[in-house]
Design a protein around this ligand. Structure first.
Ligand SMILES: NC(=O)c1ccc[n+]([C@@H]2O[C@H](COP(=O)([O-])OP(=O)(O)OC[C@H]3O[C@@H](n4cnc5c(N)ncnc54)[C@H](OP(=O)(O)O)[C@@H]3O)[C@@H](O)[C@H]2O)c1
Length: 242
């Protein structure tokens, strides 16, 4: 990326809304995040959206150190960021993924328990439930709510499984549960919020927090990158290199 003015010659990742698959992008200066030494361009590109989402979503749910969080799709880009950020915030992590072979990665990042979606309900109940769920699957919402302890929170971040399930308010009432929605895009203009998140994330980036790069595709094979997302066999962030 070419950076002009004061920032010339330094490496930056940028937080952009849409249009990331472009050879040149124009971003406001505030959207530039300095890339620490030792982080590859692919790792830097994998950082902004996933780590800001993980941090701000956990904060929006009011997490406290010592609480236990269930991270759904924990081997994906957001999932691997969320496991690391949750650990850095002092949380205990339960990681879930669709296939057993995807579980070693979140465990290596600090998840104390990892389970496939099939094993998840039994294993979490045996553990006594969770305080928080980072929900990205969509159709698992009912099950996730049943795994929450009293006063637990479910943060609704996405519906990767393509199905949006309505929530029964009575389920929330009976255990004093909350469902919190989280979407990064509209928050990108909130300077104090971003500053607080980056003050936590940037000093740890490349040290205790490291983006997990999955497969890297050249720009000419961008279509194959999208197919890989659909095939769901990947772990970490799928990156397209320009
Ligand atoms: N709200 C926000 O601000 C925000 C910000 C960033 C991302 N997101 C959302 O969070 C989710 C995860 O994003 P990501 O960047 O981590 O993407 P990703 O690396 O592609 O991971 C998506 C994960 O979703 C799981 N998944 C479940 N059903 C799937 C399906 N039908 N097709 C493909 N994957 C499926 C897969 O894990 P398993 O195979 O283990 O299930 C996959 O690893 C997406 O839904 C994304 O839109 C939301």
């Amino acid at each position: 990326m070419e950076v002009v003015g004061q920032a010339e010659g330094r490496r930056y990742a940028a937080l952009i809304g849409q249009g990331g698959l472009a050879e040149r992008v124009a971003v406001p200066r505030e959207a530039l995040l300095p890339v620490p030494e030792g982080l590859s361009p692919e790792e830097a590109a994998s950082f902004p959206v996933s780590f800001l989402t993980a941090y701000l979503a956990l904060k929006q749910a009011g997490v406290r150190p010592g609480e236990r969080v269930l991270v759904q799709a924990a081997a994906g880009a957001l999932g691997t960021a969320a496991v690391q950020v949750a650990r850095a915030l002092g949380l205990e992590v339960v990681a879930a993924a669709s296939r057993a072979e995807k579980l070693a990665l979140p465990q290596s990042l600090g998840a104390g328990l990892a389970a496939t979606y099939e094993e998840l309900p039994e294993k979490v109940r045996a553990l006594g439930g969770v305080d928080l769920v980072l929900e990205v699957r969509g159709k698992a919402v009912e099950e996730s709510l049943s795994l929450l302890r009293p006063k637990g929170r479910l943060v609704y971040i996405g519906a990767a499984e393509g199905e949006v399930v309505p929530v029964n308010p009575l389920r929330l009432m009976r255990k004093n549960l909350s469902v919190v929605g989280f979407w990064l895009s509209p928050l990108l203009g909130e300077k104090p919020l971003l500053e607080e998140a980056l003050a936590f994330l940037l000093p740890r980036l490349g040290k205790t927090l490291r983006p997990v790069v999955g497969k890297v595709f050249p720009f000419a094979e961008a279509e194959a990158a999208f197919q890989a997302l659909l095939d769901r066999g990947h772990v970490g962030k799928i990156v397209v290199r320009l």
